[in-house]
Design a protein around this ligand. Structure first.
Ligand SMILES: [Zn+2]
Length: 113
């Protein structure tokens, strides 16, 4: 269960952040999930709801922003959407030298009481 470990990671981040901020209850959580993390939003919602029970984020609303996967070709110097894990430049067929986005797994921000 990929999403469960992602949810656990988010909760860990939340616990660190809330401790720093001195809040005891999180009401809303905004996260950014890259396409390349192969995370299913619905599964993450479910995993998050389950994993937050008994934590500062119990009952918090999870808002998921999906970040498209983008690569850059050093040959043509163009950026493009990477699909189906085939990292080839659409212009010259060279293997993508750099993945710009799509691997995000970030806690963007959260709202707390
Ligand atoms: Zn190219």
């Amino acid at each position: 269960m990929h999403e469960v470990s992602i949810a656990m990671g988010l909760i860990k981040m939340l616990e660190d952040e809330t401790k720093k901020a001195g809040v005891s209850r999180v009401t809303k959580v905004n996260v950014r999930i890259g396409e390349l993390t192969v995370c299913v939003p619905d599964s993450l919602q479910f995993a998050f709801e389950t994993a937050t029970v008994g934590t500062v984020a119990e009952g918090a609303k999870l808002n998921i922003e999906e970040v498209p996967a983008k690569g850059r070709c050093s040959n043509c110097d163009i950026e493009f959407h990477v699909e189906d894990a085939i990292f080839l430049c659409p212009q010259c067929d060279q293997i993508v030298s750099e993945i710009i986005s799509g691997r995000e797994l970030e806690l963007a921000n959260f709202e707390a009481e």
